[in-house]
Design a binder for this molecule. Structure first.
Ligand code: SME
Length: 157
C-alpha cells in the first residue's frame, strides 16, 4: 500500500485522474469498510482541501455519521431530511450550489456554502452517502459528480 499521497496541482479532472489509481492502491487488500472509508476521505481532503468530506451510513433507517475529515458534524439524519437525507430518499446525487437555497438544508457548519452528496448503492439499496462541503458557493459540478460516483464504488460495504 502506498503510504504517501502524490498531491496533484492542476485542473479538477487532472486531480481526480491522479487520485483514482492511488485510491485503488490505498484500498487494495483491505475489506473493512470503516478502514477504507477513513482512508478514502483522508485522501480526498488532502488532495482537494474541501471544508468537510465524510460518509454517513444507513443504520436502522437513519443516516449515522461515519469516517470524515473536517469540523465536527451532526451525527444522525432522517430519511428525506437535508441534502444527505434527500440524496438517500431519491437514491441520486445532489449538487447544491448554494446550501441556503436548499429547503431543509441541515447547517452543520456556517462556513459551508455549497455541497455535493453522492449515494452509495449496493444491491439496489442506498447503504451510505458521501457528503462533501465547500466554503465557496458553486464549488461542485458535473465533473465532481462523475468522479465521486466512481470513487464511492471503490469501497466494499
Ligand atoms: N448539510 C448536510 C448535513 C451534513 S453536514 O453538511 C456534514 C445536509 O443538509 O444533509
Amino acid at each position: 500500500m502506498a503510504e504517501d499521497l502524490q498531491i496533484m496541482t492542476g485542473n479538477k479532472t487532472e486531480q481526480y485522474e491522479s487520485l483514482i489509481p492511488q485510491l485503488k492502491a490505498l484500498l487494495a487488500g483491505e475489506t473493512d469498510p470503516v478502514a477504507n472509508m477513513a482512508n478514502l476521505v483522508a485522501a480526498l481532503k488532502e488532495q482537494f482541501g474541501w471544508l468537510w468530506v465524510g460518509f454517513y451510513v444507513v443504520k436502522n433507517e437513519e443516516l449515522v455519521l461515519a469516517p470524515f475529515q473536517g469540523p465536527v458534524a451532526c451525527t444522525r439524519i432522517k430519511k428525506g431530511r437535508g441534502v444527505c437525507g434527500s440524496s438517500w430518499a431519491r437514491a441520486q446525487t445532489l449538487v447544491v450550489p448554494d446550501v441556503e437555497k436548499f429547503p431543509g438544508h441541515i447547517a452543520c457548519s456556517s462556513l459551508s456554502k455549497s455541497e455535493i452528496v453522492v449515494p452509495v448503492i449496493r444491491n439496489r439499496q442506498v447503504v451510505a452517502v458521501l457528503d462533501v462541503d465547500s466554503s465557496e458557493y458553486g464549488h461542485f459540478d458535473n465533473t465532481d459528480q462523475q468522479y465521486l460516483e466512481t470513487i464511492v464504488n471503490l469501497v466494499e460495504f
